[in-house]
Design a binder for this molecule. Structure first.
Ligand code: NAD
Length: 354
């Protein structure tokens, strides 16, 4: 089905409120999730609602929690998300970091215990909108790992995202925002729900053989996702695990820590004010010249143009704002069923979409 983004936002807000969220927290969460769909990342969009509702019911997500500064030492701020919505404590911790970076030129924000932070690019874009650069290392815990280390055959890591956004004055920011797995876990879920295969090189079965069938993740023993770029992606995922998991959250993926079927993100983010490094006019003109040079690269067969990181998301958004957001039937039924468990009936949802 194809759904209008504004109506979809109302549905998600209503489900979040019925599941225990306040109006403001529900609005921030719904806005973030629908924006992920608009930007083409259905893996991190409204398809997460059944997981969020389940986590709210079990107390794994605390809808009233807000970011709390545990310590602030010069440019280093340690923030506890207290298992609040990542869509609430994520932006709050970025705003704290922006203020610190304005003062010191750089902020190191160690955000621990956030319920799922969603699309990390959203947090980076918030920083870029204030003219600042940010670099984010994130780990994912609270549930069984899904990604096998390079050379392994069973899962040992989460999909640990890395993100960097750079503002370009008068233009859109550069936003590299990626899972360190070959594809995000949610993309395996979406393929499974849609009856599709995943691209080559993204999954292995429990014996370590490459496969494109997403069903392997449902088997016992389960298959694993693989990293992008072989040992290099694995290396970056491992760095995320150490910086975000061991250092920031004191909660890495190692099996001594709790795994109860929830999604917790820890994030170590660096926020840099470019004005404190050099002449912003030359930074802007040099970056723009670089973008122009890269975009003028002659293209391969069947490629329309070379894109800068962040562009595919803006193209998807321009399209989906006009033409609607496609949602596969299984994902939609999951959202409707999750709504029903908190009193938002299928009839109420139909009325909101009418
Ligand atoms: P992706 O592979 O679709 O894109 C990764 C990056 O590559 C993006 O910055 C994109 O702009 C860029 N890109 C894509 N195609 C391009 C092209 N043709 N030319 C140039 N650049 C291009 O993203 P992904 O790895 O599937 O991650 C999806 C989302 O999942 C991200 O928003 C990430 O933050 C999120 N994620 C979140 C968690 C979590 O626990 N919160 C975990 C994993 C991933």
């Amino acid at each position: 089905m194809i759904v209008n983004h504004e109506k979809l936002t109302k549905v998600v807000e209503a489900i979040c409120v019925a599941a225990g969220a306040g109006a403001s927290e529900a609005s921030m969460t719904a806005g973030h999730l629908v924006e992920a769909n608009l930007k083409g990342h259905d893996s991190h969009g409204v398809g997460m609602i059944p997981i969020y509702v389940n986590n709210l019911k079990k107390g794994f997500c605390q809808p009233d929690s807000h970011a709390e500064v545990l310590s602030s030492n010069g440019s280093i701020v340690v923030v506890d998300g207290k298992l609040g919505f990542g869509q609430v404590v994520g932006p709050e911790s970025m705003d704290i970091g922006i203020d610190v970076a304005r003062q010191h030129g750089i902020a190191v924000v160690a955000l621990k215990n956030a319920h799922h932070l969603g699309r990390i690019g959203a947090h980076a874009e918030r920083v870029a909108a204030q003219g600042m650069i940010s670099i984010h290392y994130v780990n994912v815990v609270g549930h069984d790992p899904q990604v096998s280390p390079f050379g392994g055959t069973v899962p040992r890591l989460g999909t640990n995202p890395f993100c960097c956004a750079i503002p370009v004055e008068g233009d859109d920011p550069i936003v590299l925002d990626m899972a360190t797995s070959a594809i995000a876990a949610g993309k395996v879920r979406v393929a499974l729900n849609s009856g599709l295969n995943v691209p080559d090189g993204c999954l292995i079965d429990a014996e370590g053989n490459e496969t494109t069938d997403p069903k392997v993740i449902t088997l016992n023993p389960a298959g694993s996702q693989t990293h992008f770029g072989k040992h290099k992606g694995f290396g970056l995922a491992f760095i995320c695990e150490v910086l975000a998991g061991a250092l920031t959250g004191a909660w890495s993926v190692q099996p001594g820590n709790i795994r109860q079927g929830t999604v917790v993100n820890h994030m170590l983010a660096f926020i840099i004010d470019p004005k404190m490094i050099g002449d912003t006019d030359s930074f802007t003109s040099e970056t723009k010249a670089l973008i122009e040079y890269i975009k003028s690269t002659p293209t391969a067969k069947d490629v329309d143009s070379v894109l800068i990181p962040g562009e595919p998301e803006r193209i998807a958004k321009a399209n989906r704002e006009v033409n609607g957001i496609p949602i596969d039937e299984t994902s939609w039924q999951g959202i409707v069923a999750a709504g029903a468990t908190v009193g938002v009936t299928a009839e109420m949802i139909s009325a909101m979409l009418a």
